[in-house]
Write a protein that binds this ligand. Structure first.
Ligand SMILES: Nc1ncnc2c1ncn2[C@@H]1O[C@H](COP(=O)(O)OP(=O)(O)OP(=O)(O)O)[C@@H](O)[C@H]1O
Ligand SMILES: [Mg+2]
Length: 460
């Protein structure tokens, strides 16, 4: 599939003309090639996109925020004025901003969207997660700068590209809001020359030309109807009209170059990640101990994991496997909570333990400094789902435990070649009884690993 060409207009400096540029560029590109599908949306909450493109008072079917809520982009598109399609802006992206942790989400969504031609993304004047998602997906980043401080801000943008190994060639600086009436004495004759000189000095690539400051253009934003008018139709007599036309040609020529699209690269990276994850899952699955780590009855057979209630792994990678729900809870209650089978409170205690286990991680760990196997101190820790310690309790293993299920579990998980318990710990997590293997799937397993790494330095 031919992926669309993604253009992001970005600058951490506010009021440099990003939105004016993004909206007008869409129209000038459309004017260059009527057949070219042009799509536009903004992560800003100013609604300039809607004010320029919405036809009449049509009701919208969705908004930018819905892109991240599994709604197909095609459902959100609205055909706007001048043949440009747009996704209506969102009033509040605050909550969503906290929830998105990856920078490749937008790229993945757009790569599966079926969109063609050019997609232009207008951003807020900061490097929030939406801006970073847009940058990550971009074939071209246009950075309007109007003065030296806004040029300084480019540094973060380049740093972002470097951090993710993206090609800096995608970024192009464009002097905007240039006041042509101001002239300097010296090497640089005007602010355009000055900005261009600064940019080149820092190794930043620039577009040819600039966008001048024009009172006419400014006035297109302010009118009683609350519409925003494009330069192409309402500012034809201005220099800015010629400048936008010149810019659009440069951008358009860039889209014709035979370079692999960012979305194609993102797709490929995603597929590779997926197959790596599948392979990692297979190998975790393959490495599972086939028996209940406590009682030794078969739990994992061929492709089926039966009645498992807990998953456990020794921190040194010695063993990983499941445990029967009742086996593990009985074992812990018996040794650490004086629970006796058949007593009246047993059932209550067990259901209490099951409840407690839902959001807990358990750790079995030898207290350092004790030696031998028996007469060693063994601690049981309970951590919350963020890896913060809630409680711990210790017991001394004694000869009476010989041949006991706890001894057998420790033998499989923590005992070293010399017969003693090692420094490793055994981490246990409750699993869903219906799909216990879910714990081995990418996200769930990463969480397990992350908690393990948080716990590690907390143990003595
Ligand atoms: N070429 C121009 N000449 C004169 N005024 C302009 C020009 N381009 C934009 N403006 C005006 O400058 C102001 C800021 O422009 P715009 O909203 O496009 O900037 P922005 O970078 O998107 O701002 P923000 O960072 O707040 O999103 C607006 O009032 C706009 O009308
Ligand atoms: Mg803006």
């Amino acid at each position: 599939m031919n992926q669309p060409y993604i253009i992001t207009v970005s600058s951490e400096k506010g009021g440099v003309g990003k939105t004016t540029l993004a909206t007008n560029l869409a129209i000038y590109l459309k004017a260059l090639n009527e057949e070219l599908p042009v799509t536009l949306f903004s992560f800003d909450n100013h609604f300039s996109v809607d004010q320029m493109f919405r036809i009449g008072r049509s009701a919208s079917h969705g908004e930018v925020a819905d892109l991240f809520k599994n709604r197909p982009p095609s459902e959100l598109l609205e055909l706007g004025e001048y043949g440009v399609q747009f996704i209506p802006s969102s009033k509040d992206l605050g909550l969503l901003r906290e929830q998105i942790t990856r920078v490749d989400i937008l790229g993945q969504i757009l790569s599966r969207s079926g969109l063609e031609g050019i997609v232009i993304v207008d951003t807020r004047p900061d490097m929030d997660v939406f801006t970073r998602n847009a940058l990550f997906a971009s074939d071209r980043v246009i950075v309007p700068v109007k003065d030296a401080p806004s040029l300084e801000n480019c540094r973060n943008l380049y740093a972002f590209f470097d951090r993710y190994g993206l090609s800096r060639r995608a970024i192009r600086v464009l002097p905007c809001l240039v006041d042509s009436r101001v002239h300097y004495n010296g090497t640089f004759k005007d602010s355009y020359q000055l900005l261009k000189g600064y940019a080149i000095n820092r190794g930043y690539r620039c577009f040819e030309g600039f966008i001048a400051k024009s009172p006419k253009v400014e006035s297109l934003n302010t009118n009683p109807e609350g519409k925003v008018y494009p330069v192409l139709t309402y500012g034809r007599g201005t220099d800015v009209h010629l400048q936008f036309a010149h810019l659009a040609r440069q951008v358009y020529l860039g889209t014709l170059q035979d370079e692999e699209r960012r979305l194609t690269q993102i797709c490929e990276a995603f597929e590779q990640e997926e197959s790596r994850e599948k392979e990692a899952y297979r190998s975790r699955r393959h490495g599972l101990h086939p028996l209940c780590l406590v009682c030794g009855s078969p739990l994992v057979q061929d492709d089926v994991i039966g009645h498992a209630g807990y998953y456990g792994e020794s921190s040194d990678g010695k063993i990983a496997g499941f445990m029967d729900e009742d086996c593990f809870s009985t074992l812990i209650l018996k040794h650490f909570y004086d629970y006796r089978e058949g007593t009246g409170t047993g059932g209550t205690l067990k259901s209490f333990f099951r409840e407690l286990a839902q959001n807990s991680y358990f750790v079995l760990h030898r207290t350092p400094g004790t030696s031998g196997f028996f007469r060693q101190e063994l601690s049981l820790y309970r951590f919350d789902s963020n890896g913060l310690e809630i409680t711990h309790k210790s017991i001394v293993l004694n000869d009476a435990d010989k041949g006991d299920l706890l001894t057998s579990l420790l033998g499989k998980t923590l005992k070293k070649g010399d017969g003693r318990l090692g420094e490793a710990f055994f981490l246990v997590r409750k699993v869903s009884t219906d799909i216990p293997e879910e714990i081995l799937v990418a996200n769930e397993y990463s969480r397990f690993q992350a908690v393990r790494e948080k716990i590690r330095p907390q143990l003595p």
